[in-house]
Design a protein around this ligand. Structure first.
Ligand code: FES
Ligand code: FES
Length: 155
C-alpha cells in the first residue's frame, strides 16, 4: 500500500506499507522522524502524540492508511526558522526533561492546549496532559514548563 501525506509541511510518500502498520511506525521507521516515541503502543502513555489534521492523536492507534491525504505534524515540525517552539523552549528552561522519553508527546499535547486555551489554569493543564505518562520528573517541572509557555504566549 502507498501512503501519501503532508508531514511537517512536506509531501511524503512511502510505498510497501502493510495495512496493519501504525502511523507511528511509518513516521519513525519509514519517514525518518523518530521524535514521536514508541512506549506502550496501546494508546496509554501519550509518548507518540502528533497532530493529524490539527487533531491531537496517539499515532500508535492510527492506522497508517488513515493518514492518507492528511496533514501530520510531529514534534519535529513544531520548531520553526526562529528556533524552538516556545513550548519546547519552556521545557528546556524549566528542567522538565529527564530521560526525555515522554517529552515529545508532552510537548505536542501542551502545544495543543495552548492553541486552544490562552491562559489555562492548573486544572486545565493537568486535564490536557492526563494522557501523557512520565516516569521520571514527578510532573511538577512539566507543569512549570507549561505555565511558563502559557505566560509567555499570553504576553
Ligand atoms: S506509544 Fe502511543 S500512547 Fe503509548
Ligand atoms: S522524563 Fe523520563 S519519562 Fe518523562
Amino acid at each position: 500500500m502507498r501512503v501519501t501525506a503532508i508531514v511537517n509541511g512536506d509531501k511524503k510518500q512511502v510505498d510497501g506499507v502493510w495495512e496493519g502498520e501504525s502511523l507511528l511506525y511509518v513516521l519513525r521507521e519509514r519517514m525518518g522522524l523518530p521524535g514521536s516515541k514508541n512506549a506502550c503502543e496501546q494508546g496509554e502513555c501519550g509518548s507518540c502524540s502528533v497532530y493529524l489534521d490539527s487533531e491531537l492523536v496517539c499515532a500508535c492507534l492510527v492506522a497508517a492508511g488513515q493518514a492518507e491525504g492528511s496533514e501530520v505534524r510531529t514534534v519535529e515540525g513544531l520548531a520553526g526558522d526562529q528556533g524552538l517552539d516556545p513550548v519546547q523552549q519552556a521545557f528546556v528552561e524549566a528542567g522538565a526533561v529527564q530521560c526525555g522519553f515522554c517529552t515529545p508527546g508532552l510537548v505536542v499535547a501542551a502545544h495543543d492546549l495552548l492553541q486552544r486555551v490562552d491562559r489555562p489554569d492548573d486544572l486545565e493543564i493537568r486535564e490536557a496532559l492526563a494522557g501523557n505518562v512520565c516516569r521520571c520528573t514527578g510532573y511538577e517541572k512539566i507543569l512549570d514548563a507549561v505555565r511558563l509557555a502559557a505566560e509567555r504566549k499570553a504576553g
